[in-house]
Design a protein. Sequence first.
Length: 185
Amino acid sequence: MHIVSGLDQLRRLWRHAAWSDVLMLEALQMATRAPDEAVREYLHVVGAEEVWLARIERRPSRAAVWPTMSLHEVSALGESVRDGYHRLLADMEPDALDEPIRYTNSAGQEFTTAVGDILLHVALHGQYHRGKINLLLRQAGEGPAPVDFISFVRGVPAATHRSGAGAGAASGSLAPLGAGEVARP
């Protein structure tokens, strides 16, 4: 039996988050008319990822937590943010997860939070908002992005509730992963 360390599990969650961000962007770009609220939610996912990365790296953020920009603009930011998290996690030692990060939130409150808790929060936060985006896409008659973690692990979309239903708008980027393989968007 292979035991996965906390750091390795966070790396896996972040590979999933990066993969999901790419699929979600593709779904929004492929939509006949992506709902404005779905686009706003996606911008928030990338904006929040950037804000938290900037806090960890102790630098000014390049975007607001609720940025206003086009899908084209957020695509470039998202690529840079994904690369930033990849670099951060690739070189990280397990002890770094406990490193305290002091920051001021968007409401002006000061906090200190461990790097590991921030990384877990941002990965889970993004998945919450991706679920909202998929709901908004479905309500608009558009195909959702298959961003479930199990889809990432298996490399195929999860089952749908409709027999014979398609995988969603952005299913072309799925590839099977072995237990030790690394996914990079």
